[in-house]
Write a protein that binds this ligand. Structure first.
Ligand code: CA
Length: 257
């Protein structure tokens, strides 16, 4: 278990990852970079050590790509940011696929990504897979990302209910991820941040175990991001902790970055 918390003029954020109660290794990883307003959760897959490698590639390489972009462009507009987030995540995906394809032990590996880039009172959320972003605003929790998964497709098509999705045999099978052979782009959404907004990025080890209602209740009653992370992970473990659990909680305090 490791964690960190940082304080900047605009954000107060913390992240926490935990192996859970059942798995032997932790294939999740995260980034908290409050100075640059940059946050990531990634959930690796592929068995043996492959999933760990994939999520670490995402959380190591993606910040380097993003920081290089931010250094080159002093004040990029929202359209530019969305364009290069798409390009960089595709490039990362293709690089991971090419690397993994060379080695039998890690062939077919991949990882989800959910990323928050918060600039000038705007949030850009990019994702592939079933790791999620949520916004807690004015006492209301809303999910910002649609899972790229088989069960989410079935729910959207009206084939199964959200309740049935929780126990469906295809649960956990994702349709878009970093490291896919196909050319795939993330979904990206941009919206204005308000003072007091709280963002949550998380892996499915949280959302598979803890209801949105309980997540909202913890976010509502726990002002400190670090403590909110601890309580969210604790709730997932109390519910069985069947998967690795990773959470990043970001409080936007209103000042311009
Ligand atoms: Ca997972």
């Amino acid at each position: 278990m490791h964690r960190d918390a940082t304080k900047s003029s605009s954000f107060h954020a913390a992240g926490l990852t935990n192996v859970g109660k059942v798995r032997d290794n932790n294939e999740d990883a995260y980034v908290v970079d409050s100075d640059h307003g940059f946050f990531v959760v990634s959930d690796g897959m592929g068995g043996a050590q492959a999933g760990e490698i994939a999520s670490r590639v995402v959380t190591t390489v993606l910040p380097v790509m993003i920081l290089a972009r931010l250094n080159r462009l002093r004040n990029p507009g929202s359209r530019a940011i969305r364009y290069w987030l798409r390009q960089d995540i595709l490039r990362l995906s293709q690089q991971l696929h090419a690397e993994a394809d060379k080695k039998t032990a890690v062939r077919g590996t991949g990882a989800t990504v959910v990323l928050g880039l918060l600039r000038e009172n705007r949030a850009h959320i990019a994702h592939m897979g079933d790791s999620r972003a949520y916004l807690f605003r004015e006492d209301h929790l809303s999910q910002l990302t649609d899972d790229h998964s088989i069960v989410a497709m079935l729910v959207r098509g009206g084939e199964i209910t959200a309740e049935e999705a929780k126990t469906h045999p295809a649960r956990g099978q994702i349709t878009r991820f970093v490291g896919m052979e196909a050319i795939v782009y993330p979904d990206i959404r941009t919206f204005p941040l308000k003072a007091g907004d709280r963002l949550l990025l998380c892996s499915d080890g949280l959302t598979g175990m803890v209801s949105d209602e309980n997540i909202a209740s913890i976010l509502r009653t726990t002002p400190a991001p670090r403590q909110a992370c601890e309580l969210l992970v604790g709730a997932a473990n109390e519910a069985g902790g069947k998967d690795n659990i990773t959470v990043v909680v970001i409080d936007h305090e209103g000042a311009a970055l």
